[in-house]
Design a protein around this ligand. Structure first.
Ligand code: PLP
Length: 351
């Protein structure tokens, strides 16, 4: 016997690279290419070190209130955490305790199966159809919970809220998590459902649409009783998840709606012309409602494109996984970054 027999062995999630070189075009982790709001810069400049002596507010009241106000909710319907990854892991732990399997698509955010394995939650993936769309009927069988990323990652495909509501109605005894990490880039939010169903939980993040991946702020929105269960688990682990700078700077970011809307609109405008260029070059992809495209080319292997781009300082994401090995997930950057991507593709002979 060795202590190693008692190790909780996990195959960890692999995040996209964060290369150290300057002057690369980074289109591999769906960060926002635009700077955070000037209100964040201002709040950062005015921040004092002295409050760091104290523990932060365990309820993160200032930030929670700002989020609640933004979405027209009461404070007890909002939970803030260290990025939506932290919030989602906490949701899995709190709500997925059935012997029945949790259901999510075979192609989706690759953290879901990692958390399920880590927390020993039974799960069963449901295959997306050949166009990477959800088959709603697959989520209408016995289950211990459901997770749907909408828009989905890495495909960018969004489904209507009516479809989500249909799945919710068929599952009154399960928690349904809707991961809306990319919803601000043009999809319809399922948030109104939290007023009708106490088993629906919406998660969102400041990492993509609010240009604050480095701060680590995510949040869940649900009925007060549902949020209460989540808080009970959080306070059983760590009361002080949200640090003081995140609370202050996150609140500042929310106060600048104009910047938020303008930068999201810029990303969507770039996505529009980028889609046309990809189409002209013979790439195939589904309509994306996110800040990335998931593309494949009938004649050139995704792996070869990935390697060529990388050698030329353009980073995109390639997943060595069944069904999607011949696809690339490409973040929508600034226009000039996308120009450089297309120059590389042309240099490679894709014209
Ligand atoms: C980026 C992402 C998240 C997590 O983002 P955080 O930075 O932890 O808030 C969650 N779900 C999906 C689908 C994502 O792409």
């Amino acid at each position: 016997m060795s202590w190693e027999n008692n190790v909780r062995r996990v195959v960890p999630y692999v995040p996209g690279e964060q290369p150290k070189e300057q002057d690369i075009v980074k289109l591999n982790t769906n960060e926002n290419p635009y700077a955070p709001s000037p209100m964040v810069t201002k709040a950062l400049r005015e921040m004092r070190a002295r409050p760091l002596r104290l523990y932060p507010d365990p309820k993160a009241d200032m930030l929670v209130s700002a989020i609640a106000k933004e979405y027209g909710l009461s404070n007890d319907m909002v939970f803030a955490g260290i990025g939506s990854d932290d919030v989602l892991a906490m949701l899995f732990m709190t709500f997925f305790n059935s012997a029945k399997p949790v259901l999510f698509p075979d192609i989706t955010y690759s953290f879901y199966d990692v958390w399920a394995e880590m927390l020993r939650i039974p799960y069963e993936t449901q295959p997306l159809d050949e166009n990477f769309h959800i088959v709603p009927e697959d989520y209408m069988k016995e289950n211990g919970g459901i997770v749907i990323a909408n828009p989905n990652a890495p495909t960018g495909v969004a489904i209507p809220v009516a479809t989500i509501e249909m799945i919710v109605k068929a599952n009154p005894d399960s928690i349904i998590i809707v991961d809306e990490a990319y919803v601000d880039f043009g999809a319809e939010s399922a948030l109104p459902l939290v007023h009708k169903y106490d088993n629906v939980i919406i998660t969102q993040t400041f990492s993509k649409s609010r240009s604050l991946a480095g701060l680590r702020i995510g949040y869940a929105m649900a009925a007060p009783g549902t949020i209460r269960y989540l808080n009970d688990v959080k306070y059983s682990f760590n009361s002080y998840t949200m640090n003081y700078p995140s609370i202050v700077l996150g609140t500042a970011a929310l106060s600048d709606k104009e910047h938020f809307e303008r930068t999201c609109a810029k990303v969507c405008a770039t996505r529009k012309w980028v889609m046309k260029r990809f189409r002209d070059l013979g790439f195939k992809f589904e309509e994306s409602s996110a800040n990335f495209l998931f593309v494949t080319h009938p004649d050139v292997q995704a792996r070869d494109i990935y390697d060529y781009l990388r050698a030329n300082g353009v980073y995109v994401r390639w997943f060595d996984k069944p069904r999607i090995r011949n696809y690339l997930r490409i973040t929508i950057g600034k226009d000039a970054q996308m120009d450089r991507l297309f120059e590389c593709l042309e240099d490679m002979g894709i014209k």
